[in-house]
Design a protein around this ligand. Sequence first.
Ligand code: SAH
Length: 346
Amino acid sequence: MTDRLIDKLIKERSLSKEEYALLISERTLKAAERLKQAASEVRDEIYGHDIFVRGLIEISNICVNDCYYCGIRKSNASVERYRLKSSEIIDTADRGYELGFRTFVLQGGEDPAYNDEVLCDIVRKIKEMHPDSAVTLSMGERSRESYRKLHEAGADRYLLRHETASPEHYGKLHPEEMSFSNRMRSLKDLRDTGYQTGCGMMVGSPFQTERELAEDLKFIEEFKPDMCGIGPFIPHRATPFRNERPGSAELTLYLLSIIRLIHPPVLLPATTALGTILPDGREQGILYGANVVMPNLSPVRVRKKYELYDNKICTGEEAAECVDCLSARMKAIGFRIVTERGDIRL
Ligand code: SAH
């Protein structure tokens, strides 16, 4: 059964929603092995064993939104809030540059202090000092006009996970003020504006079944994102989802292979969340078809505070240690981290 679906996926890079759902619900160890093998082959053809690195800078944990799954949601009064100063963000990128990073990802909650003027200024300065680097933003939903200004200031890429491609499911993960259509509008605006655009979802988020995941895969197939971030849902103790079950590493790996096969050139990270629920999760992610890792460059004093979920790894080390650790992990499985912007190879 799954053999036929895998053959079709490899050949056509597309399945129907029903077929995606079956490929998930009927999965076996054997199917996972086949997908892993096929995904590795197509990844190797495009990227070889080069792994792209992105220096993640968690610029603020202040957020106006109240997503039920997220540890930095505004209703969580137990978070110690912080916001990095512009100068500190720029210094952090500088240090990252010296360590070999050529992509910086500025991620944060939806913090109004980073209005267009402030954020454009930061982007402009990083690009001025390091014109051979890419700047990726992951700052949530903004207006089309704002996306345009930031792109003009030099931002190259934007990560905005769609979270779920089902509007009903979206409604169960977010409060009423947030809208599925604005999320999707934002993604389309980002693409139209000229960004390399990233979407993605959590695996095993509450109320998610193979039907929702099939919707996600169909969306990925149609949107053809430049980047796609997926990681297991991990409950955070101070959120409404505190007692929900975490997502599975096994299913996350299975989906990484499927996504690689749907859209071979996609930039696919082995995420920190995957490394959090499985000790060698990031290595496994690469072995199942991923080609990107995102070491944390944030100042150590804020690492613990940017806590989207419980037990997040890499909150104690300095940036350089984080890089060394990941380099060693990649080397141990026969891959190597490269110093380049790491754009999509279409
Ligand atoms: N404010 C930005 C950045 C969000 S944090 C935005 O809206 O895009 C980046 C991602 O972390 C989110 O898109 C979400 O998919 C993931 N995330 C949040 N809480 C999580 C949790 N409890 N477990 C796993 N992933 C989580």
